[in-house]
Design a protein around this ligand. Structure first.
Ligand code: ADP
Ligand code: MG
Length: 700
C-alpha cells in the first residue's frame, strides 16, 4: 500500500496574468520506507508539492490521498492529528522558535502529544545527546549556526516518531561537509520511515536516495528507482493531544511584549479606576445626599402659606394670592409631625435681608434666618467649627462659613466680632375714622450682633447666613409697643400682638407662618411632605430653602452620575478595544509562530488561548492595581470634597458589598472585562484565521 497517492493532481495559483500552474497532472505513488528525493530547478514546483502533502495547500484538481484518506477538507482536529501522529516537516529556513532554547523547541511537539513536562524534557535531552548537541540545549535558537539549527529542526521533526518526514531543501543553506552529515542522517532514518527530501542538488541526492523524482515546470519528467524496499506498515499509535505547551508561549510573549503590556496595563488601570470611581460616586452620592442636607442649619426652618383665589366679577378669570394659613390649617396639615412648631412670621419687622455693616464696611447678600433653638441643644453641635452656641438673646448669632468668606476673614478670627444690622419701616393703622383716618407708628432697629459660633455647612448652592434666635426676637417684639396705635386703642399693643392679630392677607404678616423643625429625625419625612404638597393641588404650600437646595443637588447628582456612567462605559469599551488591538497586534507579529505551531499539530483553540491568556493577565493585573488606585483616589478626593463642600464620603466604592453580594463589584467587572476582551481578542483573530499558512511559512 502506498503512503501517498497522487491522482492527476494539479495546483494553480491566481496571478495577474491568470491562473498559473505550479503542478500539472501529477500521478505518483509513494511508499514507505525509503529516502525519496524530489529534484528540480528553482520554481519547478517542489515546495508546492510538499505543501500539498502537509495539507496547507489544497489541490486545484485531482485527488491526493494519505493512507487511503484524502488530504483536503481536514477539520482542525484532523489536521492536528495528521501532523502530530503521521507526518513531520523540516523547513529550508528551519522555522524554529528563535526566542526559545533548542531544548524547548524540541520538546514542544512532545507536550502537544500529551507527555508531561518532565518526560518531554528527558526525551529531548536524550535526542540532543544522541546527535551530540547537548552543549546547545539551553541556548536560544537565534544564536545557533545554520547547521545547528538544521539539526535541531530535524530532531524536532523526528522526536514525535512520524510515519513520514518531509524535508524542504534541508541542505540548501549548508556547506558540503554539513550537507553530507544531514543526508546520512536522513538515510539512517529512512530505514524505518518514508523520508521525502526536496533538493536542487542532484549530485548530492544521487549519493543517498532510493528513488529520485525530477520535476520541471510543474511536471514529473523523470522517476528513477534506485533501491526497492519491502513496504512496511507503520504501527499505528493512539492520538493524544494536550495544550499544556501554551503556557510556555504565554510566558515568552509576556516577556517579549513587556513594554506593550505595561502600556495596556496603564491604559486599563486608568479605565478601570474611572469605572470604580464612577460607581463609587453613584453609590456614595445616594447616601451622601441625606448627610449633605443634615449639614445645614437652615433645614430646621421653613415657611407655610395658603393659596387663595379671588374671583373676578363677570370674568372666567380669577387671581391667586398667598395668605397666612390659619392655625387649624397648619395643625391639620402638619399633624403627623410631633416636633414641629409653627409661629407667626415676624420678618415684616425683622427682614431676611437687612442692611449690614461689618467694621464700617457695608455687607450685602447675607440672610437672616430664625432658629427655634439657637443653643443647638436639640440639633447637635456637630456642625460647629469654632466658638460656642449663643445664649438665647437677640444680639448673639451663629454664622456659616460662607458668611465668614463674605467678610473676608478667617473663621477663628470672627468669634466675638460685632457686626451691625439696621432697618426702618412703619406701620399704618386704618381707623376708618373720617377725622383721623390713618395712624402711623415708626419702627426701626439697630443691633450690634455678636458672632459666637461658626458652622460648617454643605456648601452646594449655599449662601452667607446668619442664624438668630426666634424666641428671643419674639420676646423682644412682645415688649415693644406701638405708641400711637396703643394710644388710639387705649390699651397697650405690642408689635408681636399687632402681627399676630393682623389679617392673614395683610402684608404685615408676610402672608406666611414660620415653621420650625425641632427634631432632625423628622426632616426627611418633612421634606417628603413638602414634595407631596408641591406635587398636589393643595392650596397649602411649604417653602424651604434647604429643600430647594436638596432638589437642585439631586438633579445635579443625577445628571453628573449619568455623565459619569456614560464616561465609564466609554472607558470600559475603550479599554477593551485597546486590549483587543494589542492582542491582535501581538498575534499579527507572531503570525509566523502560529503558522509553525499549526504545522506542528497545535489546534487553533490552543493558539488563540495563548493570546487570550496574555490578555486575561493584563486585565487581572490592571483590576488589582486599579482597586488599590481607586481606594487611594477615593481617600484623596473625599478629603478634598469634605474640606471644600462639607460633604463626607461622597465617593463610596462598594468593593465589599454590591447590591448585597460580597465583592460583587470587582468580580462582576472582572467577568465582564474577560467576556469583552475575549470578544475583542477573538473577533480579529477569527478573521485572521483564514490567513494562508503557506504564505507565512514560505521561505524568504
Ligand atoms: P520550488 O520550491 O521548486 O522552487 P515552488 O513550489 O515554490 O518552487 O513554486 C513553483 C512555482 O509556483 C513558482 O513559479 C512560484 O512562483 C509559484 N508559486 C508558488 N506559490 C505561489 C503562490 N502562492 N502564488 C503564486 N505563485 C506561486
Ligand atoms: Mg522551494
Amino acid at each position: 500500500m502506498s503512503v501517498f497517492l497522487f491522482q492527476n493532481v494539479s495546483k494553480s495559483f491566481k496571478t495577474y496574468d491568470g491562473d498559473f500552474y505550479a503542478l500539472k497532472h501529477i500521478n505518483l505513488s509513494l511508499s514507505s520506507p525509503g529516502l525519496l528525493s524530489i529534484v528540480g530547478k528553482s520554481g519547478s514546483g517542489k515546495s508546492t508539492l510538499l505543501n500539498l502533502l502537509t495539507g496547507i495547500e489544497k489541490p486545484s484538481s485531482g485527488n491526493l490521498v494519505f493512507c487511503n484518506k484524502p488530504i483536503n477538507k481536514m477539520s482542525d482536529r484532523a489536521f492536528s492529528k495528521y501532523h502530530l501522529k503521521d507526518i513531520s516537516m523540516v523547513y529550508q529556513h528551519y522555522n524554529l522558535f528563535d526566542e526559545m532554547s533548542a531544548k524547548e523547541n524540541i520538546y514542544i511537539p512532545l507536550l502537544m502529544q500529551g507527555l508531561s513536562r518532565n518526560k518531554a524534557e528527558k526525551k529531548a535531552t536524550e535526542y540532543l545527546e544522541r546527535f551530540n548537541l547537548t552543549y546547545l540545549s539551553n541556548q536560544k535558537v537565534k544564536t545557533l549556526s545554520g547547521g545547528e539549527k538544521q539539526r535541531v529542526a530535524i530532531i524536532r521533526a523526528i522526536i514525535t516518531n512520524p510515519k513520514v518526514l518531509l524535508c524542504d531543501e534541508p541542505t540548501g543553506a549548508l556547506d558540503g561537509e554539513n550537507s553530507d552529515a544531514i543526508m546520512s542522517l536522513l538515510k539512517d532514518l529512512s530505514k524505518d520511515i518514508l523520508v521525502i527530501n526536496v533538493s536542487h542538488n542532484r549530485p548530492l541526492v544521487e549519493k543517498y536516495s532510493d528513488r529520485i523524482i525530477t520535476l520541471k515546470d510543474g511536471e514529473v519528467v523523470d522517476d528513477k528507482v534506485i533501491n526497492e524496499y519491502k513496504e512496511i506498515n507503520a504501527i499505528s499509535t493512539s492520538y493524544k493531544y494536550s495544550s499544556s505547551w501554551t503556557s510556555l508561549f504565554t510566558k515568552l510573549n509576556l516577556k517579549l511584549n513587556l513594554k506593550k503590556n505595561l502600556f495596556s496595563i496603564l491604559a486599563c488601570t486608568v479605565g478601570f479606576s474611572a469605572i470604580f470611581l464612577s460607581v463609587g460616586f453613584y453609590s456614595g452620592s445616594q447616601t451622601s445626599q441625606e448627610n449633605a442636607l443634615r449639614n445645614n442649619l437652615s433645614i430646621l426652618h421653613a415657611t407655610a402659606s395658603e393659596k387663595t383665589f379671588y374671583e373676578i366679577e363677570n370674568s372666567p378669570l380669577s387671581f391667586e394670592k398667598m395668605v397666612r394659613p390659619s392655625d387649624e390649617l397648619l395643625r391639620a396639615n402638619l399633624k403627623e409631625f410631633k416636633n414641629i412648631k409653627y409661629e407667626p412670621n415676624l420678618s415684616y419687622l425683622f427682614p431676611n435681608y437687612p442692611n449690614g455693616k461689618y467694621q464700617d464696611e457695608i455687607i450685602e447678600n447675607f440672610q437672616l434666618i430664625p432658629l427655634y433653638d439657637i443653643s443647638l441643644e436639640t440639633f447637635g453641635k456637630d456642625l460647629l467649627v469654632c466658638g460656642e452656641p449663643p445664649s438665647d438673646v437677640i444680639d448673639e448669632v451663629i454664622v456659616n462659613e460662607e458668611f465668614v468668606k463674605l467678610i473676608n476673614k478667617r473663621k477663628e478670627d470672627v468669634i466675638d466680632d460685632l457686626f451691625n444690622i439696621s432697618y426702618a419701616t412703619s406701620i399704618s393703622y386704618n381707623t376708618g375714622d373720617y377725622e383721623n383716618p390713618l395712624i402711623k407708628d415708626d419702627f426701626s432697629f439697630d443691633y450690634d450682633l455678636r458672632i459666637t459660633a461658626v458652622v460648617k455647612e454643605f456648601s452646594f448652592l449655599n449662601t452667607p447666613k446668619v442664624y438668630y434666635s426666634y424666641p428671643a426676637l419674639k420676646k423682644e417684639l412682645g415688649t415693644l409697643y406701638l405708641e400711637n396705635i396703643s394710644d388710639y386703642q387705649s390699651e397697650p399693643v405690642s408689635y408681636l400682638d399687632y402681627i399676630q392679630d393682623s389679617d392673614d392677607d395683610n402684608q404685615i404678616c408676610s402672608y406666611s407662618s414660620e415653621i420650625f423643625i425641632c427634631s432632625i429625625d423628622e426632616s426627611s419625612a418633612f421634606f417628603e411632605k413638602i414634595k407631596k404638597l408641591s406635587e398636589s393641588e393643595s392650596t397649602f404650600q411649604i417653602e424651604s430653602q434647604a429643600y430647594d437646595i436638596q432638589q437642585s443637588y439631586k438633579t445635579f447628582i443625577e445628571s453628573f452620575s449619568t455623565a459619569l456612567f456614560v464616561f465609564a462605559i466609554i472607558a470600559f469599551l475603550g479599554v477593551n478595544f485597546i486590549l483587543g488591538m494589542i492582542s491582535l497586534s501581538t498575534f499579527i507579529e507572531n503570525k509566523k509562530n502560529s503558522a509553525i505551531l499549526t504545522c506542528l499539530g497545535a489546534r487553533n483553540r490552543s493558539i488563540q488561548s495563548i493570546y487570550l491568556r496574555e490578555n486575561y493577565i493584563v486585565v487581572l493585573v490592571s483590576i488589582v492595581i486599579s482597586i488599590f488606585l481607586a481606594i487611594l483616589l477615593q481617600f484623596i478626593l473625599n478629603n478634598l470634597i469634605s474640606k471644600n463642600f462639607a460633604l463626607d464620603n461622597l465617593i463610596t466604592i462598594p468593593f465589599m458589598s454590591f447590591y448585597g453580594y460580597p465583592f460583587a463589584l470587582p468580580i462582576l467587572l472582572i467577568l465582564i472585562a474577560l467576556v469583552f476582551s475575549t470578544i475583542f481578542t477573538l473577533t480579529p483573530m477569527l478573521i485572521y484565521r483564514h490567513m494562508s499558512i503557506a504564505d507565512e511559512l514560505r521561505d524568504e
